[in-house]
Design a protein around this ligand. Structure first.
Ligand SMILES: [Zn+2]
Ligand SMILES: [Zn+2]
Length: 171
């Protein structure tokens, strides 16, 4: 069986996106070379930040001497990212999106649930887009259809945004 990596949370730099690492892994995003930088396994020479997925969530680990501003405030050390955060780094502005797409594994809570838009019942191996705010699932086309509108979940204020494409960085 071929495993497709989950398309996960990402930093959107407008012209390009950087995928955050999978759970339990990390990668180094060098300042030099943005907007074409890709995550590296080691810091090596030159300033940059670590992107990590820890128990606390999706995190930025910022070495001494590197300037990172989130939502207008300089952050030092470690920051756990939340959907919608704006991050300024190395002269670039990115925003953080937790929109995720995955192929449902056996036992996933959304197996047997319905897409909120078209009411298709999700089966194992269905490719589903997850609302980052409420966890509700949508078909990719249905999520796309709702772009600029609202997630259908009661009390959810998510305005669907594009699923990231292209630059998938695996570490
Ligand atoms: Zn649907
Ligand atoms: Zn939602």
């Amino acid at each position: 069986m071929i495993e497709i990596p989950a398309v996960g949370p990402y930093l959107d730099f407008d012209d390009f996106t950087v995928q955050l690492p999978q759970r339990g892994t990390h990668g180094y995003l060098p300042c030099a070379g943005l907007p074409t930088a890709e995550l590296r396994d080691t810091a090596g020479d030159g300033a940059g930040v670590w992107l990590a997925r820890s128990r606390a969530g999706h995190s930025l680990i910022i070495p001494d001497g590197v300037d990172v501003v989130r939502n207008g405030r300089r952050i030092i050390g470690l920051a756990v990212l939340h959907h919608g955060d704006r991050v300024a780094f190395a002269g670039q502005l990115a925003w953080f999106s937790e929109v995720r797409q995955l192929r449902l594994p056996t036992g996933h809570v959304l197996v047997g649930h319905r897409c909120q838009q078209c009411h298709t019942t999700f089966t194992v191996d269905a490719e589903v887009v997850l609302c980052p705010l409420c966890g509700e699932g949508y078909c990719e086309d249905c999520w796309e259809y709702l772009r600029g509108a609202r997630c259908y979940s009661r009390d959810c204020h998510m305005v669907p945004v594009p699923v990231p494409v292209g630059r998938v960085v695996t570490t």
